[in-house]
Design a protein. Structure first.
Lengths: 219, 216
C-alpha cells in the first residue's frame, strides 16, 4: 500500500493527503518529522516531509507527488483535460507555493509562528510585501465557482485549502493581520471546502496533531 | 503563433526557450521587460517574466509553461513517459530551482549588479546552498543527462541555472559551490555543445548588454 510519511500539521503533507483522500486512494500515514539524518536524506534529499513511498520507491516534493498521483491513478482526475485550463490550475498552485507560502517569506514566518524563532522587522516587512503581491495575483486569477479554478475540484484546491489556511494563521500571529483577507471570496470558499468529507478528515487530524505538538512544545 | 515574452539575460526565460527549441515548437520571441504597470500585471499577475502568449491568453511561471508545452505539444516529449521517473525529473527541477537558484538569487545584487549583500545573508544563503548541493548529489545521474539516458526538462533547468549559481558563489564565497558535484563539469561541457544550447547562449550574451544598460 502507498505510504505517506509526514505529519498532519504540515500544509505540504496535507496537500498530498487531501489529493489521496479526494481520489479515494488507499494509503497508510506514517509519522515522520523533517530530519537531516543521513538515513532519511536518502529518501528525501532535502530532509523535508512529506515523502511518498510506493513499492519501496520514494518520492519527495509535494507538487511532483500530485502530478504522479494523477498519472498513476487516472480515475478521479484532479486536473482539467484541456491543456490551457490545466496550466491555469498549475499557475495558481505555483503562485501560492512560491510567493504566498513560499521558500523565502513563508519559512521565516512559520518558524516565528510555530517555534518562536526570531524574526527581524525587516524580515517581517519583506515577507509582508511578497505575500501582498501574491495575494493580489491570487485575487486576480481565482474563480471560486465554487472551487478555486472553476466548477471542479482540482489539484489547485489541494494546494489552496491547506496552504492559504496556514498562511492566514501564521500571518495573524506574526504580522498581526490575516494577509489572506485581501482575497475576495476566500472566506466563503474555505467554508464551502470545510463541508467536504475529505477536508473534514484532514482538519480533524490536523487539530489533533496540533494539540499534541503544542503540548510537546510546553514541556 | 506562440509568443515567448521576456528577455534573454534571464535564466528562467532561457530555460523555456531551450525547451521550445528542443521540442521544435515554432515560436516568436517578444522582448519584454519586468514592470509593475497594470497592463503588464493583467498578463502576468506577479509581474514576472517570462510568460507565454497564446492568442492573447497568457501563462506565467516557467515550470507551469513547461508542463503546458508537454501537454499541448506531446511530440518530442521531454518528460519520461513512466510516472515514477517523470516524478523524479520534477523533483530534480525543484532541487535546482527552489533549493539552489532561488537562494542564490539573494546574492545577485552583489554578484552581478555591483550592490552589497549583508554578511548575515551570505552566511544564511551558504547553508541553504550546501543543503541544495547535497540533495542534488544524491539524485543526479549524468548518464549522460542529469536524470538518466534522455534529455529532459531537468536538463533545460540545469543548463541555464548552474552557470548562474557557479558564477555567483565564486564571486561571493571565492569558490564555485557546484564544483564538488562529481561529473558536473563534463556534463555541463556536453550540454553546452548542443546546437540549441549554443543558440540560447549567443542570444543571452547579446541580451545581457541591453539588460545591463537598462539597469543603469
Amino acid at each position: 500500500m502507498l505510504k505517506l510519511h509526514g505529519f498532519s500539521i504540515s500544509p505540504n503533507h496535507n496537500k498530498v493527503k487531501l489529493a489521496l483522500l479526494e481520489k479515494g486512494i488507499e494509503f497508510e500515514e506514517v509519522l515522520q518529522r523533517p530530519s537531516q539524518e543521513e538515513s532519511f536524506l536518502t529518501h528525501s534529499p532535502m530532509g523535508k516531509i512529506p515523502v511518498m513511498e510506493v513499492d519501496g520507491q520514494f518520492f519527495a516534493e509535494s507538487l511532483a507527488m500530485l502530478d504522479y498521483l494523477d498519472k498513476v491513478f487516472p480515475a478521479a482526475p484532479l486536473l482539467p483535460v484541456d491543456a490551457f485550463e490545466r496550466a491555469k490550475c498549475r499557475e495558481m498552485m505555483q503562485i501560492i507555493e512560491l510567493y504566498i507560502s513560499g521558500a523565502g517569506a513563508g519559512a521565516q514566518l512559520t518558524g516565528a509562528a510555530l517555534f518562536g524563532a526570531p524574526i527581524s522587522d525587516q524580515e517581517k516587512k519583506d515577507a509582508e510585501a511578497m505575500i501582498a503581491r501574491g495575494v493580489k495575483a491570487v485575487a486576480r486569477l481565482a474563480k471560486f465557482a465554487p472551487f478555486i479554478m472553476g466548477s471542479k475540484f482540482t489539484q489547485a484546491d489541494c494546494v489552496a485549502f491547506p496552504k492559504l489556511g496556514f498562511v492566514a494563521t501564521v500571518t495573524s500571529k506574526v504580522l498581526g493581520k490575516d494577509m489572506t483577507a485581501g482575497i475576495p471570496g476566500l472566506a466563503d470558499y474555505m467554508k464551502y471546502m470545510a463541508d467536504r468529507p475529505a477536508v473534514q478528515k484532514l482538519v480533524a487530524d490536523q487539530q489533533q496533531a496540533m494539540e499534541q505538538f503544542m503540548a510537546s512544545q510546553k514541556k | 503563433m506562440l509568443k515567448l515574452c521576456g528577455f534573454t539575460a534571464s535564466n528562467y526565460h532561457n530555460k523555456v526557450k531551450l525547451a521550445l527549441l528542443e521540442k521544435n515548437i515554432p515560436f516568436e520571441e517578444v522582448i519584454t521587460w519586468p514592470s509593475k504597470e497594470a497592463e503588464h500585471l493583467a498578463r502576468s499577475p506577479m509581474g514576472k517574466l517570462p510568460f507565454i502568449d497564446i492568442g492573447g491568453e497568457t501563462i506565467t511561471e516557467s515550470q507551469v509553461i513547461i508542463d503546458y508545452l508537454e501537454d499541448a505539444y506531446p511530440a518530442t516529449p521531454l518528460y519520461p513517459s513512466d510516472p515514477a521517473p517523470r516524478a523524479h525529473v520534477r523533483e530534480m527541477i525543484q532541487y535546482i530551482e527552489l533549493y539552489l537558484e532561488w537562494p542564490a538569487r539573494r546574492l545577485y545584487l552583489e554578484s552581478f549588479f555591483g550592490g552589497k549583500v549583508s554578511d548575515d545573508t551570505k552566511t544564511e544563503v551558504k547553508s541553504h546552498l550546501k543543503r541544495g548541493v547535497n540533495a542534488l548529489v544524491k539524485r543526479v545521474k549524468f548518464d549522460p543527462f542529469i536524470a538518466g539516458k534522455e534529455f529532459t526538462y531537468a536538463d533545460c533547468a540545469a543548463y541555464t541555472h548552474f552557470p548562474t549559481v557557479s558564477q555567483t558563489t565564486k564571486a561571493i564565497y571565492g569558490e564555485d559551490m557546484l564544483a564538488d558535484i562529481p561529473g558536473l563539469k563534463e556534463y555541463s561541457t556536453m550540454l553546452r555543445q548542443r546546437p540549441h544550447a549554443i543558440t540560447v547562449n549567443n542570444d543571452r550574451k547579446s541580451g545581457m548588454e541591453a539588460f545591463m544598460a537598462r539597469r543603469k
